[in-house]
Design a protein. Structure first.
Length: 231
């Protein structure tokens, strides 16, 4: 069984019979993050489609040799798989993921690009978060003190401390970093400065926001944590 994100189909699950054997139909191209032209067929009365063939344009073979690339690719793909509704056509998300995978292949993995990917993905999914104003009272975050805003993604993002009694504290530094990465293009993200603390803060806020939409933990993150890494 394979999970595909199609530009014109959205996310679909499909059976790929003989995928391991048939070089003619699949070209050996059903690996992690492979891109190509898929020929799908509906199966009467079944939810799963049938993958008839897959004409590979990029098999992403470079990922296999690089653990960080593999981890970032697995994470980005799992995010799309878990957050995109089935069969909902979302060409913007396809393009965003495709660009992310292409940059991984050509330039390797960077945490800056991963943060930009997460923020851009949430926004494209319609799950964007308020970072500049309190979602409850509208007070601008720039008027708040360094540690006087909180993060409550279940309410839509940033909440000032007068409006929230609980939630992670969002420091001004992490807030400004999130804003910066929300606006940066994927191919320009690598050049952005990102300290270890800023990355850890952003990562925590983003995971909190992402996990709201998941019913079980991300497998790719468990794998990364087992390796002792923090992407
Ligand atoms: Zn408020």
């Amino acid at each position: 069984m394979v999970s595909l994100l199609g530009k014109s189909t959205g996310r679909v699950s499909a059976l790929a019979r003989g995928a391991r054997k048939s070089v003619r139909r699949f070209g050996g191209g059903l690996g992690l993050g492979a891109t190509g032209e898929a020929c799908l067929r509906e199966r009467p009365g079944a939810e799963l489609m049938s993958l008839e063939s897959f004409d590979v344009s990029d098999a992403r073979l470079a990922f296999g040799a690089d653990l960080a690339c593999t981890a970032h690719a697995a994470y980005a793909l799992e995010l799309c798989e878990r957050l995109c509704a089935p069969r909902q056509v979302e060409p913007e998300i396809f393009v965003w993921l495709e660009e992310f995978l292409a940059l991984l292949g050509s330039r390797g993995a960077t945490v800056q690009r991963l943060r930009a990917f997460e923020l851009g993905l949430l926004r494209r999914l319609g799950l964007g978060l308020s970072i500049e104003v309190c979602v409850a009272c509208g007070r601008p975050a720039r008027e708040m003190g360094d540690d006087s805003s909180r993060w409550q993604p279940e309410r839509g993002g940033l909440v000032c401390r007068a409006c929230a009694r609980s939630g992670l504290i969002l420091t001004a530094d992490v807030r400004r970093t999130l804003l910066r990465f929300l606006e940066v293009a994927l191919d320009a993200a690598d050049a952005q400065e990102l300290t270890r603390d800023q990355n850890a803060g952003c990562r925590q806020m983003l995971l909190e926001a992402i996990s709201l939409h998941l019913t079980s933990p991300l497998k790719s993150l468990e794998f990364i944590n087992k390796m002792g890494g923090t992407p």
